[in-house]
Design a binder for this molecule. Sequence first.
Ligand code: SF4
Length: 329
Amino acid sequence: MTTTEAPRVDAGWADEVRALAAAQDAVVLAHNYQLPEIQDVAHFTGDSLALSRIAAESPASTIVFCGVHFMAETAKILSPEKTVLIPDAKAGCSLADSITADQLREWKAEHPDAVVVSYVNTTAAVKAETDVCCTSSNAVEVVRSIPADREVLFLPDQFLGAHVRRITGRQNMHVWAGECHVHAGISGPALTAQSQAHPDADLYVHPECGCATSALYLAGAGAVPAEHVKILSTGGMLDAAREAQPGRTVLVATEVGMLHQLRRAAPEVDFRAVNDRASCHYMKMITPEKLLRALREGRDEVHVDPELAERGRAAVQRMIAIGQPGGGE
Ligand code: SF4
């Protein structure tokens, strides 16, 4: 049994969540890797950046972000005037934690003319030290936008960095050796074994969140047949699922929470996790009880220093100005 097995909620739980949200002018957002009940009760589900944009555009004065802490911080950066709550502030991210602002400042001091490109899976303090953010979808485009003679510091994900370096052929790009503990489980042997066991299956790789980036790298390196590999945003993955032939097998190389949305979208397609233990325990720290507590008690509130938020916002906005951050969610 995977760790996505749902805790039980009583019949009134969802009604109470929605009633409290309405009473408090709150919008409830759930990342795709949340528990199924949380996804089902949320007003919106999606990936981190899509949810942050929804949060910014929502008329609600309070955002309840069911995801991990850096995502709630990003929502706060983009909506500084709103109250942002996360049901458990201890829901971290091993990838975001793989570099601190101090470490980044030291790295920058070693390469004073370099342009710093940070994946969105970073803390607000790291974003504040960043020139331009990127997602997995647009990382290549962002790096290509930087003049060829400028050094690039790319962080924190080594798999995404290796992928970008391979595609761009860029030699003056330094990559931080960070990784997500979940994607380490979606390994080359696991992908190859699943692909051989299901030779006609499609492989969906979600390009957001660090857990997919090793799959992205391996797919690009030929570990699975290229014609079966579909690199898709959340929305693209759901669109592809709806168009898939009934009875088709699809291997999903990402955190297992995504299977819930895919199976809802296309119940007659056989979706299989490349690694059914690829579950993010930080994501699963957001439980139905804690969501209710967040709405009842207004906790845990997310604060970002306004000066850090302004600098981090500039890095996110530069990314948006360069191109599509990974739409379709
Ligand atoms: S799956 Fe990995 S990258 Fe995504 S939130 Fe969890 S630890 Fe972070």
